[in-house]
Design a protein around this ligand. Structure first.
Ligand SMILES: [Zn+2]
Ligand SMILES: [Zn+2]
Length: 577
């Protein structure tokens, strides 16, 4: 367990104690310890071994023993026991974003509510606002939080789902009875989150395939088992996996049908009718005036597209956003692949809240085949993320100069991720910003401001001549915070006029910009930067997710600044000054 996970356990303990109405002193002790741990540069694991934990502020003998227990055993008995003392439903309620233990206790004390369903009902009926201390606004926030919570329970992040799907496919491929195999659905379209997994196979022995499928070690529960179709729940997840066994002659049409999207399928069916055809999961048919149908394609998607006089449309584009029209006139974008990415400009090092040194990051980036890597540590006002003091910036600049001489084959760019403060100013002076190779700016607080104010903040950052990229422009956090309301057209205009790129932040928690906004940015001519926001080198691989998103947003190489070679990129970064 790392520091963050240990701090998390202490925060959870504080929450439960508050739910139980414990004395404030005990609650604060755990919160303070969590604060200390989060800001700590050293590893708790190492400190536990050296027996130096009690030198930390707020950590006495009792907490030091608890940390040692977590480090040694991976869990804490006290925490496990504590959880058992409160109803499960109350703990669930704590998972709703914006709902703290104080409010949960207040609601439970007054209305005896201890489930999310009960909470939702009471909020909808306006019962909560009758409690002293709960306002109408709080009630609205709770309902919004419940919506987010449900979404998080219903859908799974693409990268987790694709991992599960890959494992199923790997196991199924071992069966000699299976010929073709492919996953369909929103997973194949590479949506940021998916509801379930659809796997299609061809085989002459469907029953044998189904029998093997339901017995795979990856299955936790069998929901349905027919002769050509079965549904199961994947182990260690809520994810439903559907398997369909098809005849080879219908594989292409079924793949197209189950890949969707629904809107794309509707549009395609309409086009088929215009051409005197009919298309369904069973194939592409010509329809004669006396309504006789004859199968003319179905084995592959290629075949169907070509009979419909369309160039092949990649699954990521199948959303009815103009792709069918573009395919008719051969004007589909040339989508990128991970090999087109020359570097990552959004990475945190030990200079702020990252886990790895710049040297380690640079070596890993080189191993990944990047030509450059931009180190963008947090700025001073972001204390929770151990933001860099001005003094440390100059230390970092010197260190990078040295590393650039000693490590060949990769260029390290010295950058920062500065805060756009609530009044729209940037928290480093220009005299500091101008010393850096590039600057990213982002909103990290004050999300509750009005749409006008939030938009103004971002627009003023675009106008700053040292700011090159606006990171995670809408502030969305998966399952925690919705996209905040900004006037996106205004932002696009400011970005375009001031040569500022907008980011696709591909950390799984974010996925910000979303594909529709990316498409809007492309159509407006605004440049995009794809950044992993890695805080540890293993997270650099999130770049794959950003590439997926860029494909869903129709981006070509020319739209993306980190597809540029380093010399061209450096020129682009300097362009504003
Ligand atoms: Zn950020
Ligand atoms: Zn960041």
């Amino acid at each position: 367990m790392d520091n963050k996970q240990i701090a998390n356990i202490f925060r959870k303990i504080a929450e439960i104690l508050e739910l139980q109405g414990a004395i404030i002193f005990r609650i604060r002790a755990y919160e303070r310890a969590a604060d200390t741990i989060e800001r700590l540069g050293a590893e708790l694991k190492v400190m536990a071994e050296q027996d130096t934990l009690t030198t930390l502020s707020g950590i006495g003998k009792d907490l030091s023993d608890k940390i040692k227990e977590i480090v040694e055993t991976g869990s804490l008995k006290y925490y496990g026991d504590l959880k058992k003392e409160v109803p499960e439903g109350l703990l669930q309620m704590l998972k709703i974003s914006g709902l703290g233990p104080k409010t949960v206790k207040l609601i439970n004390d007054n209305l005896k509510i201890n489930t999310i369903e009960g909470l939702e009902k009471a909020a909808r009926e306006g019962e909560l606002r009758k409690i002293e201390g709960i306002r109408e606004k709080t009630e609205e926030n709770i309902l919004r939080g419940i919506d987010l919570f449900k979404k998080r329970e219903e859908r799974t992040l693409f990268y987790k789902a694709s991992d599960i799907s890959d494992k199923f496919i790997e196991q199924l491929k071992k069966m000699k009875e299976i010929d073709k195999i492919e996953s369909a659905g929103s997973l194949r379209r590479k949506k940021w989150t998916v509801k379930d997994i659809d796997i299609l196979v061809t085989s002459k022995q469907p029953e044998k395939v189904i029998d093997t499928f339901v017995k795979l070690s990856l299955v936790s529960e069998v929901l349905a088992k027919g002769s050509t179709k079965s549904s199961v729940i994947a182990k260690d997840s809520n994810l439903q996996v559907d398997l369909r066994v098809l005849e080879a002659s219908k594989f292409g049409s079924a793949l197209m049908h189950f890949t969707g999207s629904k809107a794309f399928n509707v549009k395609l069916r309409q086009l088929a009718i215009k051409k005197g055809y009919k298309v369904s999961e069973y194939g592409l048919f010509s329809v004669s005036p006396d309504k006789k149908e004859e199968l003319i394609a179905g084995q592959t998607e290629d075949e169907i597209f070509s009979r419909m006089e369309l160039v092949y449309i990649p699954p990521e584009l199948r959303e009815d956003r103009g792709e069918i029209e573009a395919a008719q006139s051969n004007k589909l974008p040339e989508l990128i692949n991970i090999q087109d990415i020359r570097g990552d400009l959004h990475v945190h090092s030990t200079y702020s809240d990252g886990k790895d040194t710049i040297e380690i990051i640079a070596q890993e980036a080189k191993r990944l085949g990047y030509r450059y890597i931009g180190i963008s540590d947090h700025s001073q006002s972001l204390r929770v993320a151990n933001g860099m003091s001005i003094e440390n910036i100059f230390k970092k600049i010197e260190e990078i100069k040295k590393l650039n001489k000693s490590i060949k084959g990769i260029e390290i760019l010295c950058g920062t991720e500065v805060d756009i403060l609530p009044d729209g100013t940037i928290d480093y002076p220009d005299s500091v910003l101008k010393e850096l190779d590039f600057c990213i700016a982002a909103v990290h607080s004050g999300f509750k401001q009005t749409k006008e104010k939030l938009t103004k903040r971002i627009v003023s950052a675009c106008k700053n001549k040292y700011i090159n990229i606006i990171a995670h422009p809408t502030g969305v956090l998966w399952g925690v915070r919705e996209e905040c309301e900004i006037d996106f057209d205004e932002v696009l205009k400011a970005a375009l006029e001031n040569d500022t790129a907008l980011e696709i932040n591909c950390h799984p928690m974010r996925g910000d910009l979303n594909s529709l906004n990316i498409l809007k940015a492309r159509r407006a001519g605004v440049k995009i930067a794809i950044g992993s926001d890695a805080h540890i080198i293993s997270e650099l691989k999130f770049m794959d997710l950003g590439v997926n998103l860029s494909r869903r947003g129709w981006l070509e190489k020319n739209d993306i600044i980190n597809c540029m070679e380093v010399s061209k990129l450096e020129k682009w970064l300097q362009k504003k000054q």
